[in-house]
Design a protein around this ligand. Sequence first.
Ligand code: PSU
Ligand code: MN
Length: 302
Amino acid sequence: MLKDYLKISERVQKALDQGKPIIALESTIISHGMPYPQNVETALACERIARENGAEPATIAIIGGKLCAGLTEEEIDYLGREGTKVTKASRRDIPYLCANGKDGATTVAATMIIAALAGIKVFATGGIGGVHRGAETTMDISADLDELGKTPVAVVCAGAKSILDLGLTLEYLETKGVPVYSYQTEELPAFYTRKSGFKTDARIDEPEEFAAIIRAQCELGYPGGMLICNPIPEEYSMPFETINAAINEALRQADEQGIKGKATTPFLLAKVCELTGGESLRSNIQLVFNNVRLASQIASAI
Ligand code: PSU
Ligand code: MN
């Protein structure tokens, strides 16, 4: 059984036993989403911020073929140092890594699967995967979206980056029955910016309201998660023109170099960071912290 491969850390198990709030954190963002050493510093700071806000952090990854909920500092450091040498693990990669005792940095999809197994209902990340621009011919649609349709975990993110087609991403989520909410705004935030021009299903103003929806979803035995979009704090958001120019240039280079499949998202993230001279990385780090705070408040309210 999938559960036989699950390894819950002592701290996370204790929080589960005592019914304390817990939030899941992903690890693709550590190995593939940010450069070293900012990736490790950010991951450790996320754990501190969760605890300061009353939630036990469960950073999730696959280590030696085990599905780990809760990592040691050494394991986080290892995932950060190894970087892209660690397999980027989404849903389809889990059986191979387990069977071979290998390591994997888990995407939103794989982190949701492991969080659900461990009984964790709230998960904070930066951005999710989505429907890529040009998906009408490439069919490049992240497995994150299907996972949100079938696994009962609430994912707090800063919206989706405009490396993706935001309109098609919303349409796909609607098809999969995934509710999309925004926190204290009507708009779908676009990761580096607070606005996208698209609206979500509902504006929610209090963490308690999210907790009530999550409770209702559990009681209904609803097979699916939800997407909670928390806009980047104003002071860290980027000028629309700066980020858009970087994203367009990154997309052009990806096309020119024939980047495909699972390499696409990490390539675009690294290029955008390079093209903005690290400015986007600073924004990225701050929006993750902001999401960890909101997720901790929601987990505490459940
Ligand atoms: N978007 C970001 N930062 C990230 C990712 C997406 O802004 O680190 C990562 C997440 O782990 C997400 C994954 O689950 O990329 C999606 O990859 P793909 O598009 O290949 O499914
Ligand atoms: Mn893809």
